[in-house]
Design a protein around this ligand. Structure first.
Ligand SMILES: [Zn+2]
Length: 275
């Protein structure tokens, strides 16, 4: 009697697990793209550190967080440190990546820059804007699910009290990005090379503004870096699970919208910025 009950429960549990979490983390391939390289280092931070260093560190931590969650097929698109943008996308396409995550750190338009002296040098900075941004491209091989993944990442960021910056939507030269969803900081940016040249769902994450003096300190802090990386890794788990479910077409969107409503109150007790 007991053993029959146990086996029924076990069978039921197996069915539930099978239908809710069929994501095969051993075969789900994730391309992690650390933006820029040492020759073309991207934005320079308020204290003179090249963006490429921030991107490379965050990429390492994200790959660790994914491996901790048993994703074994995770690779960097820039292992030698000098990959061209089109080669990064090509590598992801050739390796059959299921997801492409490009990691960057942000700046502002020249009009917002001031100067200060740090370490004996005059350096540009701007404390006007603060926060992360998420970009997807309608020219990507799977634009709809790119947006789904952006929503999942945005939800995880909001749960950790990260805030988006909306300055890329400002109607000035160099910005003017269509803001698809302000609450989660999701923009459309069709011509980003790595997004429009990839076949699989792909997003570009500006993790924060390294020209902002206080944000730069946070973005260089290993605790904060881990908050960002683990949030992205959790979004990958949810995306993989949605992909593996029967309701593949719309589960990612539903799941993230639902979570956004449910999680509105979670943020106050766990603000990584200490506000
Ligand atoms: Zn960049």
């Amino acid at each position: 009697m007991v053993s029959r009950l146990v086996s029924c429960v076990a069978l039921g549990y197996g069915l539930v697990v099978g239908s809710v979490s069929a994501c095969d983390r051993g075969t789900f391939v994730v391309a992690v793209d650390p933006g820029h390289n040492l020759e073309s280092p991207g934005t320079i931070s308020a204290r003179g550190i090249p963006e490429a260093q921030f991107n490379a560190r965050l990429a390492e931590i994200l790959m660790d967080e994914l491996k901790k969650r048993e994703f074994t097929q995770v690779f960097s698109t820039n292992t030698k440190g000098d990959a061209a943008l089109t080669d990064r996308a090509k590598m992801a396409n050739e390796r059959g990546a299921n997801l492409f995550v490009s990691l960057h750190h942000d700046s502002v338009q020249r009009r917002y820059l001031s100067t200060w002296t740090y370490d004996g040098k005059r350096r540009p900075y701007s404390d006007v804007f603060s926060g992360y941004s998420l970009f997807f491209s309608e020219k990507n091989g799977d634009a709809k699910r790119s947006l789904d993944f952006a929503k999942l990442v945005g939800t995880e960021f909001l749960r950790k009290c990260l805030t988006p910056t909306l300055h890329h939507a400002e109607h000035i030269q160099g910005e003017n990005r269509p803001l698809i969803e302000g609450r989660r900081g999701i923009y459309e940016f069709d011509d980003l090379v790595v997004l429009k040249s990839t076949n699989m769902p792909a997003i570009l994450i500006e993790a924060g503004l390294i020209v902002n003096r206080s944000d730069e300190i946070l973005l260089g802090n290993p605790v904060y870096q881990k908050v960002i990386a683990s949030s992205i890794a959790q979004a990958v788990v949810k995306f993989c699970e949605a992909e593996a479910s029967d309701a593949k077409e719309d589960l990612a969107t539903k799941q993230s919208d639902q979570q956004l409503d449910d999680d509105d109150t979670l943020c106050a007790s766990s603000d990584p910025r200490g506000r």
